[in-house]
Design a protein around this ligand. Structure first.
Ligand code: GCU
Length: 673
């Protein structure tokens, strides 16, 4: 007991540890010197930029900084040019982004040269799956920051405004410039006038930070709240209803960004209910918002009940419509063809739709990756996705380049991330889940940035011992920054290993419910076949995996050569996607000579061991971090270790019924039944 006490005292005299202040996110720096700011423009956005710079300046004491708004062709959109003594931009927002970039570089020690930074995407948007009653679909960080219990109505308090301001500031600091305020499974009430008044209040707080407001809407709104008999997109009364609604919205929220629509998907209404196509529906709405500069983000997350291969459906439904969409429609496509699984190949629609704007949808909230219980740094997975080569326009047609107008002349470009934000004191439920919010913003701004660089930045901004002298900082870098960064970078692969390795997918407990633990046994009784795990893993006496080759579902044909042949051929199919594309016998020989069953066992086991290592790394980092954050993460890692073991045991014991082989004897035996 005594020993621990002495040790703790020692620790806290070694480092100046701050009390937990998770709500500050990565915005913790305080100024270490004075700066004089010269700017000839005045606005609320410029005022924020000035205040941020004065508050957090860590450059030369007594420096003079010029903020210049001046048209430059080399600077695009809200991009900027920075040097040690000047931020130049075409827009006020560009100045604000430049200010955050300058401060970030000062804090992380990155060089500040004469450099132009342009955003990869015009619109960098968070999608909140928040319901109007305050609950959050797939939210693991408390209730909605925008909506409260229905009994409270749409009242707005001062506290709400403070919170929204902090939220807007955090977003602006990483370049996010839009937010969809409500769930894709939208409430019909969203477009009512009372509700729009609340949206007005939110957008007023966010406007100076450059965050545009967007809304998810129900396609059948004309019937549900407009009293019309139909919501057929070609019906003139329906068109008029939407036109009037758009006019009303823009009167209330002049810079309103547009609509996000989930149509004819998972029971949501859509144009197909009236014998019309996605293009008919999207174009009607696009025309309606066009006069106000609005866009329509039309989701491609569609699949039919009991289909042969759910992974093939978005492509089948959307490809025939390529070229039919208005230029202010963007098709919003999830990174993978199924549904935000721990690992999926990219959705084949990327690069294939050449005459239509396409935007990636990533999921920041960890629906399928351990909720806010597990430390999984998602940027690694997003990097893999953005760098995937679609080959659609030759080598180097990466997903990033097919969506950011480098290859196709898209009128509008965008990227969306399903938010992981809630009323929790640390915003995201897990301290490290904040890094995923941060990483989404950074990648949306620069789709070529590496996940490693982002982790480095985020750790420095979030955990840096700010008040320490240089000598201590090098200690911190060696003993905290480097090992914890490594942990972050390995965390996604570990999660894949202990949950769904080698291309397995969607084998969760309660498929349409929690999406947390394992449930490969999840049976078909009374449930749609594509909502059962057996649909995806297809384990039986003959083997395991989903055959998507030409002999199987044929989904492999949706990829451009040489990918198609590469995935089709078992010799060349990357092993990380093996069971995604192939159904293989249990004794199939892997590249390392092990049989498939053994490899599956070793991979699950590896995942568990990796998390055990993470625990050790974190415990060693204790001297360099405040108690509260240390213990909170430590306790989450403990749970993650246990749950990784449950994944391994559950899946191996279940699959063993079919493989009828022993778990290799050098692997720890299962402990859970
Ligand atoms: C998943 C998720 C749902 C969500 C849907 C979507 O299926 O579990 O909660 O509504 O994706 O993206 O529309």
């Amino acid at each position: 007991m005594k020993k621990t006490l002495v040790f703790l005292i020692l620790i806290s005299t070694t480092f100046n540890l701050h009390a937990e202040d998770g709500h500050l996110l990565w915005l913790r720096a305080k100024s270490t010197g004075k700066v004089t700011i010269v700017c000839f423009s005045k606005s609320s956005t410029i005022a924020i930029a000035k205040q941020e710079l004065e508050q957090s300046w860590q450059g030369k004491n007594g420096a003079k900084l010029l903020l210049t708004i001046k048209k430059s062709k080399a600077i695009k959109g809200d991009g900027f040019k920075i040097s040690e003594n000047e931020i130049q931009a075409n827009t006020e927002l560009g100045i604000l982004y430049g200010a955050y970039e300058l401060l970030r570089r000062q804090q992380t020690g990155e060089a500040i040269q004469n450099e132009i930074c342009n955003p990869s995407y015009e619109r960098r948007i968070l999608n909140h799956w928040d319901n109007l009653d305050g609950s959050v679909e797939r939210g693991y960080a408390g209730k909605s920051i925008f909506w409260h219990d229905m009994e409270k109505g749409y009242a707005v308090t001062d506290n709400d405004r403070i919170l929204w301001k902090e939220y807007a500031r955090a977003n602006a600091s990483i370049g996010i410039n839009g937010a969809v305020l409500n769930n894709v499974n939208s409430s019909k009430l969203m477009l009512t006038t009372e509700c729009l008044q609340k949206v007005k209040a939110i957008s007023e707080v966010m406007r100076p930070y450059g965050i545009k407001t967007y809304l998810s809407v129900k396609f059948s709104s004309p019937t549900l709240i407009g009293g019309l008999k139909t919501s057929d997109p070609l019906n003139s009364e329906v068109i008029k209803w939407w036109k009037d609604k758009a006019k009303e919205i823009h009167k209330i929220i002049p810079d309103f960004g547009g609509f996000l629509i989930k149509a004819n998907s998972e029971g949501e209404p859509g144009p197909q209910d009236f014998g019309r196509t996605h293009a008919d529906g999207a174009n009607m709405l696009a025309d309606v918002v066009k006069p106000y500069g609005g866009i329509i983000m039309w989701r491609a997350f569609v699949y039919e009940i009991n289909s042969k291969d759910r992974a093939a459906q978005a492509y089948n439904e959307f490809m025939p419509l390529d070229g039919q969409f208005r230029d202010n429609v963007i098709i919003q496509v999830k990174n993978g063809p199924v549904d935000f699984q721990p690992r999926e190949p990219f959705n084949p629609l990327f690069g294939a739709m050449k005459k239509t704007s396409v935007m990636p949808e990533l999921q920041i909230t960890q629906e399928y990756l351990g909720h806010s219980e597990q430390l999984v740094y998602l940027a690694k997975m997003w990097e893999e996705f953005l760098k995937s080569d679609t080959h659609q326009e030759g080598v180097g047609s990466t997903v990033a380049r097919t969506t950011d107008a480098s290859i196709f002349p898209q009128k509008h470009t965008a990227i969306a991330g399903v938010a992981n934000i809630g009323l929790d004191t640390n915003w995201c439920g897990h301290h490290f889940a904040q890094s995923n919010w941060y990483a989404f913003g950074r990648m949306a701004w620069n789709n070529q940035i590496t996940s490693e660089k982002i982790a480095d930045e985020w750790l420095k901004l979030t955990f840096y011992p700010i008040e320490e002298k240089d000598s201590k900082v090098s200690d911190w870098k060696k003993n905290f920054l480097e090992p914890v960064k490594q942990l972050m970078l390995e965390s996604h692969e570990a999660a894949v290993n202990y949950s769904m390795p080698l291309g397995l997918h969607h084998i969760f407990a309660g498929l349409n419910n929690t999406h947390y633990g394992p449930g490969p046994w999840f049976g078909p009784k009374g449930i749609r076949s594509d909502w059962t795990a057996a649909y995806y893993h297809k384990a039986d006496a003959s083997g395991i995996g989903f055959d998507r080759t030409e002999k199987g579902s044929g989904a492999v044909n949706q990829y451009h050569e040489p990918l198609k042949s590469q995935f089709e051929n078992i010799e060349t199919c990357p092993e990380i996607y093996l069971l995604w594309f192939h159904h293989l016998p249990w004794d199939y020989k892997m590249k390392n000579e092990r049989i498939l069953w053994d490899e599956l066992c070793y991979t699950y086991d590896k995942g568990v061991k990796e998390v055990r290592e993470f625990q050790k790394i974190w415990d060693k980092a204790q001297p360099y971090i405040d108690e509260q954050r240390f213990f909170e993460v430590q306790s989450k890692l403990r749970r993650q270790s246990r749950d990784a073991q449950i994944w391994k045991d559950g899946c191996l014991l279940y699959f063993q019924q079919f493989s009828k082989r022993p778990i290799p004897f050098d692997i720890e035996r299962p402990v859970y039944n």
